[in-house]
Design a protein around this ligand. Structure first.
Ligand code: FES
Length: 106
């Protein structure tokens, strides 16, 4: 199973083994990662699953879709070039080792 590492603002890391194809948001919730709220349940409608993709992974993770792009404009913490909604990132084997940085607030 692909492994995702979530890094909190204080530098603490939580690694989660994700069921292949599950979203990075759901993997975080299942893994007990704090800092992902996911109020809308994964519909790209709340922006409370905001993450900053680690620089080494931005190309592999890819760009946000149009709806996601709109929601990224209303995140609680400032949007960065590497911002994504974790509910829109499917964790495939290609993303094994993915590192996602969590914002200060959602
Ligand atoms: Fe609501 Fe991702 S869970 S936008």
């Amino acid at each position: 199973m692909p492994r995702v590492v979530y890094v909190s603002p204080d530098g603490g890391q939580t690694a989660v083994e994700a069921e292949g194809g599950t979203s990075a948001m759901r993997a975080a919730l299942i893994g007990g990662v704090r800092g992902i709220l996911a109020d809308c349940g994964g519909e790209a409608a709340c922006a409370t699953c905001h993450v900053y993709v680690d620089e080494a992974w931005t190309e592999k993770v890819g760009e946000p879709g149009l709806d996601e792009d709109d929601m990224l404009d209303v995140t609680a913490c400032e949007r960065g070039a590497n911002s994504r909604l974790s509910c829109q990132i499917d964790v495939t084997d290609d993303l094994d080792g993915l590192v996602l940085n969590l914002p200060e607030e959602q």
